[in-house]
Each structure stands twice: as structure tokens, then as C-alpha cells.
Design a protein around this ligand. Sequence first.
Ligand code: SAM
Length: 416
Amino acid sequence: MNVSDELRSLEATGIYRLPGSRAAFLDPVRLLNESYRRFRLVPSAYYSRSFGPSNQGGDAQGERTAPYPERKKRKRKRQPKPRELNAVERIAEARHQEARDLLISAHKSLLEAKDLLEFLPGMVKGDECMQDVQTSSENNFVEIGSSWRAPLCEMTICFQKPHGQGEAGPCHVQRRSSTLFNKIISTEENDESEGEFQSRLYILPKGGCFLMTDFKHVHDLIPDNSNDGYNLIVIDPPWENGCVRQKEAYPTLPNRYLLYLPVQELADPAGALLVLWITNREKLRRFVEDELLPSWGVKDPTEFYWLKVKSDGSLIGDLDLFHHRPYECLLLGYINVNREAEPGSNFKFLQASQVIMSVPGAHSRKPPLQKILSEFIPGSKPPRCIELFARELGSGWTSWGNEPLHFQDSMYFTEK
Ligand code: SAM
């Protein structure tokens, strides 16, 4: 196999930029592993949902049938006549048609990247046998955090300290205890630590902090000094949505509550990039564009797409299936930003839509975005980053939600 520069870049950085298109393929495991020194995520635990090769898409070397046939050429099976779309659905369909060419061209460039397609199955499988991701015995932070026990819960944090002044050399283990809920917990500055809570271990990346609270306490995140505001704000709300409710993956919030998120107060007055994950529901899109983003001071957002692929590069579903699109949308916009870059800065004002592709992990788990967006983030470097409704931590990030430790459980990691 000829290894391209792009594949080398994927191995080194977690990002494969697809030449000639506004698209990139990400390996979230490699991107997340940049936050760890002594531990690493186990690929088979991250890619725990089975998105194996598809019958339709063919294998990496084989002939592929088009996953997005031209509508007029599609052979109709004998199926009940689809009902007419209503007015709102027609708008959603028109929106899909607008995105379709960009999505197809991104996916075609992925299918043309033969070295990447050969690399993908091994990347997803990893070196070790499938780790047993036993979700049944996990701590349920949402439940504990809303019970009478929450104020009594403590986490014991163990970390290694070098004996002498320098970082190298022998270390000794130190312990500290911290109230777990409703309190900002900073992780160690120079090394990851291990948090123990109710007989389970959590791997805490260095140089980050988290706040595990309900929405009611989100204002505790507002920095005392506005100059400590954030340059990248990622929000993945628990939108009200039939699908999530059915699966009971996590509790949802009434959409209008989001109007009370203190986004302006969190943003760096010198400029912030806001990223909002949304669902494909048209009603939600209207609320977000007409009310929510304007209330946060975000104008003219740019749309990105996260296109989900299997380990053979085929889409996880039919691109044109109305209620089950194989992609999700994210809206990106600026708060307090001057379009003109400061002299000497490498900041670029985001203008065009892009497609991000990856093999999805657990239900609703989104790929990490900081690196792929780095040139579009205003302000000083490294940027200050915050994730609202987070389920994992990262170096240099503040992570808030009612379960930001969810994916920090040691069952997702192995020691290096
Ligand atoms: N971005 C996350 C990821 O990649 O894994 C997924 C976030 S998920 C869409 C929404 C999160 O919001 C869930 O963890 C859910 O428990 C949390 N959430 C729901 N209601 C909440 C509330 N009232 N306060 C704080 N967090 C809440």
C-alpha cells in the first residue's frame, strides 16, 4: 500500500484531509489520546457500536454500489406508497437537497482514498481484543447527582508527584479528596490523575476542569474575570426528541431552557467561536436560527455536517432516508469577533460549510472538534475551550454537564 501524506497525518494527528474537497476524516480515538500520557483509549471500546462492513457498500477493494442512487433511476420495490410530505417536511427535504452535493462529494473523496479505506478496519479494531464495556455496573451520575446523596459524594483523586523539583525521575503517589457534585474540580496541571468514586476509577486528563451539576447551576461556570472567557464554546444539548426519549440514553431538557444558557458571559470579550450540535428536525432548526442563536449574539452561522461511515467507508444508512439521515448538523458562529485577523495571527474567519467524517462511537457521542477547527478559533493560543453538556473531559477544556465523567470510566482506557 502506498502511504500518502494524508494517511501519515491521520496516524500522527487523527485527521486525514481529503484532497480537493471541503472534507476531512477524523479518528476520535487518536484525537482524544492527545490528552493522555500514561493511558490511552482502547479503540474497540470507543468504537463499541457495531458499524462493520456493509453488504451494500462493498469492501475496501471491491466494487461499490452507489449508496445515494439518483432518485429517478432508483428501482422501486413494491412498497406502500410514501405519504406526501407536509409543508415543514418539504422545507427539511429542500435543506437536505442543498447539502446533498457537498455530502456526496465528500463521501466520494473518502471512497477514492484507498490507503485510508485499507487502514480503517484496523483503526477501528485496534490491537487488543475487544474490551468488555460493561455499562450495567457503571455509576449513573445523572441519578446520583439528583438524589439526596449528591452533597455527600466525594471523589478521591490520586496523582503522581515527582520527588524532586524536575518532572523526570521517581514519583510518589498523592491523594486528595473533593466534593464531586456542584463544585468545579481542576485536574492536575502536568499529568493525568485517577479519580476513585464508588469502587470505580476515572481517568482525568491533565490541565482541565469539570463541573458536574444540573442545568440549574450552570451560572457557576461564569468566570469571575471576563478576560478569562472562552474562545471555543461547544454545546451539544439534550434536545427534546422522540428518539432519545425512547432509548432513555439521557434525560432531555425543554428546548426553550437553552435560552437561559449564559453563553455571552462565557465568551471571551475578545472573540469566541460557538459550535452548536443540532438535530435534523426542522422545527428545532427554526427555533435555533430565529431565537436561540440571536439571543446568544451569534449571527450568520455556517453549517458543518458530520457524516457517519462504517469501518469499510460506506455510509451507516441511506443518505436520502427522511427520518434517519446518516449525518448530523452543527452550526458554527462567532461572538464578539472582528472579521479582520489581528496582524500576525493565523486566525481565519470561517465562511464555508465543511464535512467531517468518522466512524461513530457510543450513542450520541460526538467527535472532538478543537483540532479541526483550530484555525477558525479567535483569540490567543492555546484557546480556552468549554463544552456544555459534556460526557468526557479533555486537556485544556472546562467540561460541564450532569455526567461529564461518563466516558472517563477506566473501562474505556488501557495503561500505556
Ligand atoms: N456531547 C456529548 C457526547 O459527545 O458524548 C453528548 C451530550 S448529550 C447530547 C446531552 C447531555 O446533556 C447528556 O449527558 C445529558 O445527561 C445531559 N443533560 C440532560 N439534562 C441535563 C440537565 N438538566 N443538566 C445538565 N446536563 C443535562
